[in-house]
Design a protein around this ligand. Sequence first.
Ligand code: FAD
Length: 302
Amino acid sequence: MSATYILVAGDARIGNLVATAVGTSITAVVVGDRGVAEAVAASGVEKVVWLGDPGATPLEAFAGQVAALTAAARPDLVLAPSRPADLVLAGAVAARLSAPVYTMASAVRVADGAVEIDRSVFGGIARETLRIHGPVVVIGDGGEVGTDGGAPIEEVTGAPATTISVIETLPPEHAPVDLSKARRIVSTGRGLKDQGDLSITARLGEALDAELACSRPLAEGVGWFRRDRYVGVTGQKVTPDLYVAVGISGQLQHVVGARGARVIVVINSDEKCPYFGEADYCVVGDLYELVPALTAALTEAN
Ligand SMILES: Cc1cc2nc3c(=O)[nH]c(=O)nc-3n(C[C@H](O)[C@H](O)[C@H](O)COP(=O)(O)OP(=O)(O)OC[C@H]3O[C@@H](n4cnc5c(N)ncnc54)[C@H](O)[C@@H]3O)c2cc1C
């Protein structure tokens, strides 16, 4: 039977990965406290190798040790959840095994000495299936764990690569925004020319009692919005009753994030803009004239 290793850094949610590797011999290597090791032991894996309580040492500091003991077992397949510390472990293991790493996996099959992976590509707008011979590291969604397994836990002494400890942890300045629950959204794109003009779409948002969102360049590029406010394949997925896209061209990476909206209104000066092909209402014109006029009409009607 082929061997699978699952890497776990501080969070036991690996249920989907365990399901993926059923039929292989699964060992989980756990960095984290005893509770995490016990939850993983109950998840359907055959064995847990636990590096002991890390105390104040960041989990990433154990990456070298995780890589050494995983590589020594020569597994055919190494799985890890797509979470920051797990990715560090996965990178170290891949380097040690000289193995390729494939991200965004939705399904993995092990058969006839080969590993087959289904995964998203091009930022999530297409899917490919790969067949690989030789060790491979695959990153996928973790998923909740079951509770009916009872694998033995083997404790090995954790040996972090460096002496490092967390001396202070502060909460984020702003609570993250969950746009997936918003019923109305006004979303701004690069059609807006200046940061000072953001009040134009903000006022429309106010008149509609809507959350504010944006296309990725306004968050990742110019930083006019926080990163948790952009919609799209790499941003938030939203399902409001109303999505008003102002000065957004409608590239696939953006529109897939808002396809769950019940009504889509697109305001754009280019009558050929691709977003009009997806919109319920297409408004052709200059946002600098249209949006204030619309806001004034809504305010008067309210
Ligand atoms: C791997 C990958 C992942 C990505 N993920 C995302 C994602 O999750 N979300 C996302 O948004 N993007 C994403 N992108 C970027 C995406 O491809 C586009 O570049 C981006 O969505 C374009 O943003 P935009 O529509 O605001 O800008 P532009 O494409 O520049 O469009 C601006 C629009 O404004 C219109 N306009 C200009 N002036 C006016 C005016 N005065 N009045 C009205 N309209 C006007 C123009 O006609 C144009 O249609 C991703 C790209 C890659 C490669």
